[in-house]
Each structure stands twice: as structure tokens, then as C-alpha cells.
Design a protein around this ligand. Structure first.
Ligand SMILES: [Zn+2]
Length: 201
């Protein structure tokens, strides 16, 4: 069953790493000046959630597997979102989930006043966007421009794109992402450490 599951989408582990990598780059570019510990923790969580959210259109996604009766909820959501790699893998879907996440964060803000919800929102969006970018490297492509029914992929020639769940993903994409993250942290060690030093409690 697993091979069937992984043949239609990238593994959650690949998306987790891609979300972290994208966040690490954004943090370097943007270098937030004041961070609280709760912003860092909630931001990391939001980033990881953003990285797997587009796949909630699939009942077998990890998001649903971890919830009781999640499989059924996943089926309903999948239908609502038009099936796998449909609305939640488009710019319209990105805007919709950005709006929903913003609503949720404003709703939760009173119970987590030390969290910078703007930064957490960015972390979620970065995770979400990294998912769409990663999926665009696969043969299936992503319907970014919905309702225009074109699937966009990088590179445009399908045969040069990767097949999800196959050896290339596990042996090339995953390790490359890992190497990139290690390289990034090693090269910008001082910047990250000084950022963490300024984290207030
Ligand atoms: Zn996906």
C-alpha cells in the first residue's frame, strides 16, 4: 500500500526538509531583529504545518493519518478541494490557506501574546510555498494557475523531472536538501547563533 501512496506524492519527509531549508534562507535574508522563544517555536511548527498542508487533499496524507478518523475527514477534504494536486496546489489555494491561517492566528493571539503572529504567518506561507516548488519538480507538475487547467513543472520538459517516491527522491533529492541545510548552517553559523542569542524569553 505504501508504494502506492508514495507514487502519487512526494514524501512528507522531503517536504519537511524543504520547508526548513526555505525558512532558513528566509531568516538569513530577512534577519528578524527581535524574536521571542515562543515565536521561534510556534514559527517552526507553523513552517512544518505549511509544508504538509497542500497534501491535505489526500486521505492518506500524514496530516490525516495522525488524527482519529482522519482518513474519513481526509476523504471529505479531498473531495472539497477537488482531489489530489488541485486547489491546494494552486495560487488560489495558497491565497485561501494564507487567509485561513491569518484568521486562525488572530483568533489564537490572545492566548499566546508573546508570539509575533506576523512572523509565524510568514513561516507558514514559506512552508506552503516550498511544497508547491518541490511538487513542481515532479512529473505530475502543479496546477498553479487554476482555474486555467495547465500543470506547471520545472523544468518544462517532463522527462527531466523526478518521479515521486522513487529512488531519485530518496537517494538524491532528500540528501541534497540535507546537505544544503548543513552547508547553510555551517556557512552562516555566526549569523544564526547571534540571532538565537538575541531570542528573548
Ligand atoms: Zn503535494
Amino acid at each position: 500500500m505504501c508504494s502506492q501512496v508514495y507514487s502519487i506524492r512526494m514524501t512528507a519527509r522531503t517536504h519537511d526538509l524543504a520547508a526548513v531549508a526555505a525558512l532558513a534562507v528566509a531568516v538569513l535574508v530577512y534577519s528578524p531583529e527581535s524574536l521571542t522563544l515562543s515565536t521561534v517555536l510556534v514559527g517552526l511548527l507553523a513552517n512544518q504545518l505549511g509544508g504538509i498542508t497542500p497534501d491535505i487533499d489526500q486521505p492518506t496524507a500524514p496530516f490525516w493519518r495522525n488524527l482519529p478518523e482522519g482518513h474519513y475527514a481526509g476523504k471529505i477534504f479531498g473531495k472539497l478541494l477537488g482531489g489530489h494536486r488541485f486547489i491546494s496546489h494552486s495560487i488560489i489555494g495558497f491565497a485561501l490557506f494564507a487567509w485561513l491561517c491569518n484568521l486562525l492566528l488572530h483568533f489564537l493571539h490572545p492566548i499566546m501574546p508573546h508570539v509575533d503572529i506576523q512572523l509565524v504567518w510568514y513561516a507558514f506561507l514559506i512552508g506552503f510555498a516550498s511544497h508547491l516548488v518541490m511538487d513542481s519538480f515532479t512529473k505530475e507538475g502543479v496546477p498553479l494557475l487554476l482555474p486555467i487547467p495547465i500543470k506547471i513543472g520545472v523544468p518544462p520538459l517532463k522527462k527531466f523531472r523526478i518521479t515521486t517516491g522513487k529512488a531519485v527522491e530518496a537517494l538524491v533529492v532528500f540528501p541534497l536538501l540535507l546537505i544544503f541545510i548543513v552547508w547553510l548552517f555551517a556557512n552562516h553559523y555566526d549569523t544564526y547563533v547571534s540571532m538565537l542569542r538575541h531570542v528573548s524569553h
